[in-house]
Design a protein around this ligand. Structure first.
Ligand code: ADP
Ligand code: MG
Length: 773
């Protein structure tokens, strides 16, 4: 029996999902699959596990809830335990490196990656009676793979006479990828939509888009706090550092002091709870055209005059009623071209906020929120601010759908988020700040309308929203390079990647080609013949080398280079080399302007590239990077990018590969001849399926080369194939490093070499035998 604190019971009853408890439980009891779609804050995460618990689903087996984010895993376990009056022994969480699960655990919150790991050792998930996949709309790679696996595990459990239920929860109503995908679910699972009371939110755009979005967000927050009625502010930025920066800045502007009784001060000077009075006070600030807060003030003042005695609340406005400032498309272009001028403009504007800040005596209760924030600090966002202070939460996108902060009335949205962006050539990934999707912007705005009508201020223009923000971002799984995905899944023991029931499937042909490439690189292999039944589809397994390669955060071919260079102590060189190979057009000048190498032959040559990077770093330390790059035909931007990548890659490798600890030595000494030769062999080991032989011998002595990429440029007669980053190799290395390519003889002219568009390869026939020696 559950004994809830009466206060909690009152709060629960306000949640829209409570009214649906009976219907939800009927659907769960009668179906193996169920999709629950409901607005953020409707109570999905905190309440459905409780419904299940009360219905007895945790009596013999556990209830599993997966989250794509660590922050939600911890916070939600704590909340559900608290609401049920149970301890963390019974409502527990588990994520990589951390957890509090016991043998008495009934409800287990975990990151999606953790449940995937459990499937590898217990495919039927026999410890669980229900699995809830939360935040399925986020479409994280692990969540998508889990859904595919669970679509098969559930029927297997039924056959064993021990049914398992799967509940998919989403904050958006867009669930067709789950319901209309017959490979995933033969019969579409029932969908229950939680109708939630969402109050109207007015959306405001800036007229111009300032590239310094933090400054814009700051200005907007200051204006809201100094001029608009009571109500919490939620600011969306892209990462932890930005959160900390804004928190500090806002705290400094409106400090909270423990020894002051703000309740008195405020009722005297700023009757903020009285909308009319707040709007009456004239802004101290100069008027600026693109100031949406200003306009909102004017609009409200006007509305108030009209309906003087009638209403004391803000007018109710429709969420879909977008406020479009006139002719701002032009303004955007001007901004982009002249962003520096614009920045200095807004400096002046920021200064102009000073009087408003000085005369405002109400403190702002500013709290940070991001994934790595410690648990106690995270929990503070749920508590009301001290009397007299206004709540302001500065958050990354965790507050978008994972965590609902009560009583937010104003949202300030920078329109930006951090996204992992992959380099298509090397698979090296970097976090980039990109525009959010329109769907995310909608979610963010919605946070202002949970408890009352609210306002969302987008500090960018509506033109940006329409043209630069995609309607949705593609699922992570489809944005990842396929080779990497195939290896990851094979390492999880998912053998038939091509037939896997993905919620949104990557191209099958690409998956097949990836398997072939990985086989050629010795990362996958056919199992011994005795295990293969006749009509079984061919299943490739991960080799021990493949296991080592998968630890590196790069496309497997580059992971292979790194895995092998670990043995030879060449890792710092290889990291720098891979970083350089990731960045296009490092050298743009004539090779002969390059001083140190004597006769430079090939721009992809490890010796040449590493010498260039080392020397450029040396110049950078002396403050002469620009001059140096110009003099020797290096692209300065490329050099800067390589520097960043080297640092990132080094720290990621140190984190993810056991027993490895490399330091970045920016001014790396160039490799000696022997090392350079070994590095060329490493390049061949990773790109061994991209080998070419020079047929016409001009000045270049080396005959055999390996290349990073082959592409076509020009049209019609000027069409030509170009090899990017070419490295010379010696033919006797071929059997050594690519055992599949033994006894390669002369290329044949008949049939002639042919470019295959699908694979992006030139197909060429050779005399000689092909296969293992
Ligand atoms: P959903 O999963 O549908 O987005 P939740 O179940 O997360 O909704 O949230 C339901 C309500 O519970 C929200 O109003 C939220 O503010 C509140 N809530 C969640 N966690 C806490 C907490 N730790 N303290 C106080 N309130 C909380
Ligand atoms: Mg939730």
């Amino acid at each position: 029996e559950v004994k809830r604190d009466p206060k909690i019971q009152v709060a629960r009853l306000k949640l829209p999902i409570l009214g649906e408890e009976q219907r939800i439980m009927e659907l769960i009891n009668e179906n193996e699959f169920l999709i629950v779609a409901g607005e953020t804050g409707s109570g999905k995460t905190t309440q459905i596990p409780q419904f299940l618990y009360e219905a007895g689903y945790a009596e013999h087996k556990m209830i599993a809830v997966t989250e794509p984010r660590r922050v939600a895993t911890v916070a939600m376990a704590a909340r559900v335990g608290y609401e049920l009056g149970l301890s963390s022994k019974e409502v527990s969480y588990l994520m990589r490196f951390e957890g509090n699960v016991t043998k008495d655990t009934k409800i287990k919150f975990m990151t999606d990656g953790v449940l995937l790991k459990e499937i590898q050792s217990d495919f039927l998930l026999s410890k669980y009676s229900v699995v809830i996949i939360d935040e399925a709309h986020e479409r994280s790679v692990y969540t998508d793979i889990l859904l595919g696996l669970l679509s098969r595990i559930v029927p297997l459990r039924r056959k064993r006479g021990s049914p398992l239920r799967l509940i998919i929860m989403s904050a958006t109503l867009r669930v067709e990828d789950f319901t209309e995908n017959t490979r995933l679910f033969k019969d579409p699972p029932p969908v229950i939509n939680i109708d939630s009371r969402q109050f109207p939110v007015t959306i405001h755009f800036n007229k111009n888009t300032n590239s310094d979005y933090l400054k814009e967000a700051y200005k907007k927050a200051v204006k809201i706090h100094t001029r608009l009625p009571e109500g919490g502010i939620l600011i969306f930025v892209t990462g932890q550092q930005e959160v900390r920066y804004l928190v500090k800045k806002l705290k400094a502007a409106f400090p909270y002091r423990k020894d002051v009784d703000y309740t008195k001060l405020i009722t005297k000077n700023k009757p903020v709870s009285d909308v009319d009075a707040a709007l009456d006070s004239e802004p101290e600030d100069i008027e600026s055209d693109d100031d949406e807060v200003e306009r909102e003030m004017k609009r409200a003042r006007k509305a108030r005059r009209k309906a003087k005695q009638k209403s004391k609340t803000l007018p109710k406005i429709n969420l879909d009623d977008y406020d479009m400032p006139e002719d701002d498309g032009q303004a955007d272009l001007v901004d982009d071209e002249d962003s520096e001028g614009h920045l200095s403009d807004s400096d002046a504007e920021e200064d102009s906020l000073t009087p408003a800040i000085k005369s405002c005596r109400q403190p702002l209760w500013v709290l940070p929120l991001y994934s790595m924030l410690n648990q106690n600090k995270q929990a503070r966002v749920f508590n009301p601010p001290p009397a007299g202070a206004r709540l302001c939460v500065v958050s990354t996108d965790v507050a978008e759908t994972s965590i609902t902060i009560p009583s937010i009335r104003y949202v300030v949205d920078t329109g930006k988020k951090k996204m992992r962006v992959y380099d298509h050539a090397t698979g090296a990934s970097a976090w980039r700040v990109v525009w959010t999707s329109q769907a995310s912007a909608g979610q963010r705005a919605g946070r202002a309308g949970r408890t009352a009508s609210g306002h969302a201020y987008r500090v960018y223009s509506s033109a940006v929203f329409q043209h630069d923000c995609p309607p949705h971002h593609a699922p992570d799984l489809c944005r990842r390079p396929v080779d990497d995905l195939v290896l990851t899944m094979k390492c999880m023991g998912i053998d038939k990647v091509v037939n896997f029931p993905f919620p949104t499937a990557p191209d099958r042909m690409q998956l097949r080609l990836a398997e072939k490439r990985l086989e050629a690189l010795g990362i996958l292999e056919k199992p011994p013949v005795k295990n293969v039944r006749k009509d079984d589809e061919e299943v490739l397994k991960v080799t021990p080398l493949g296991k080592a390669v998968s630890a590196f955060p790069l496309l497997p071919r580059y992971g292979k280079m790194l895995a092998l260079s670990h043995q030879q102590n060449l890792l710092p060189f290889t990291i720098a080399l891979v970083s350089a190979l990731t960045v296009p057009e490092v050298m743009t000048g004539k090779p002969d302007s390059w001083p140190a190498t004597g006769n430079v032959l090939l721009l992809g040559d490890p010796g040449v590239l590493l010498r260039a990077i080392g020397a450029a770093e040396y110049a950078y330390v002396k403050g002469e990077e620009e001059v140096f790059c110009a003099k020797y035909g290096l692209r300065e931007k490329a050099i800067k990018e390589i520097r960043k990548l080297r640092k990132q890659l080094t720290s990621e490798i140190n984190l993810s590969v056991a027993g490895v600890n490399v330091a970045v030595d920016p001014e790396m000494k160039p490799p000696n001849d022997n090392q350079a030769r070994l590095l060329r062999q490493l390049v061949l080991s990773g790109l061994g399926d991209q080998v070419g032989k020079k047929i016409a011998l001009d000045e270049v002595k080396q005959e055999w080369v390996v290349f990073q990429e082959l592409y076509e440029t020009g049209a019609d007669e000027r069409r030509k194939m170009v090899m990017r980053n070419v490295t010379a190799i010696e033919p006797e290395w071929l059997p050594l490093l690519v055992p599949q390519l033994c006894n390669l003889g002369e290329p044949l002219d008949d049939p002639p070499p042919r470019y295959d568009e699908k694979s992006g390869r030139v197909k060429c026939h050779f005399k000689g035998t092909f296969g293992k020696a």
